[in-house]
Design a protein around this ligand. Structure first.
Ligand code: ADP
Ligand code: NI
Length: 201
């Protein structure tokens, strides 16, 4: 495969994610690609496939696409006609997009999927992870904090229901190394938030 046509793909993805306000915007895609490049320095994988999948991984998610079926056909057409990928490459990228989600909990069928999943999960952690969670909570009218909540009902509850669990679920050691300081800042944030809020308890 030729090197990834970054300009073409970024223009396409930007148009699709421009208006997203629930933490799945164009900059999320860019950061996931940056994470993938870091992880891939330590993992034997097809980097071009990982990069393309990193850019497009959210385009066929229900949180982003109004109509997932139409978005999927459009994405396949883009990968075939514009990026000139063959059928096998398109199938691999589609499989990655459809299987890496935490909520689906599926077993991954390629090393490339594991790299992209870790890249996506790193962006759910750290200072960025905190702000994306707040953004998602505002967009879905959820409160930031409910005393003792460890469910999806509040932003800090979501740290417990999902985000803190991601560390052990990462596929590669290199991802865990990158995740460690991110996890730490989230725990500090939670502690500090609760202590500043404690007069209300
Ligand atoms: P995945 O594709 O791995 O299932 P999502 O797209 O559902 O991940 O979630 C991506 C990010 O959106 C999360 O890391 C979090 O920041 C935010 N998010 C998702 N669900 C919630 C929720 N119930 N409350 C707060 N934030 C959420
Ligand atoms: Ni994502």
């Amino acid at each position: 495969m030729n090197d990834v046509n970054t300009k073409l793909i970024e223009t396409y993805v930007k148009t699709k994610l421009e208006h997203n306000n629930n933490g799945h915007d164009f900059y999320h895609a860019l950061r996931v690609v940056a994470n993938i490049k870091q992880i891939a320095t330590d993992v034997d994988c097809d980097l071009n496939i990982c990069i393309i999948a990193g850019y497009v991984h959210d385009l066929i998610d229900y949180k982003v696409a109004e109509d997932v079926e139409t978005a999927t056909s459009e994405l396949c057409e883009f990968l075939k006609s514009e990026l000139k990928l063959d059928q096998h490459q398109v199938a691999l990228i589609l499989d990655i997009c459809q299987t890496i989600s935490y909520s689906k909990g599926l077993k991954l069928s390629s090393t490339e999927a594991k790299v992209v999943q870790d890249g996506d999960r790193l962006d759910a952690l750290g200072a960025i992870g905190i702000t994306r969670t707040l953004q998602y909570s505002f967009a879905t009218s959820r409160p930031i904090y409910i005393t003792g909540d460890k469910s999806d009902s509040s932003a800090i509850g979501h740290f417990h229901s999902k985000l803190y669990k991601l560390y052990d679920l990462l596929n590669f050691k290199v991802s865990q190394e990158l995740a460690r300081p991110r996890l730490e800042i989230m725990k500090q944030f939670e502690q500090q938030y609760i202590s500043e809020n404690s007069d209300l308890d």
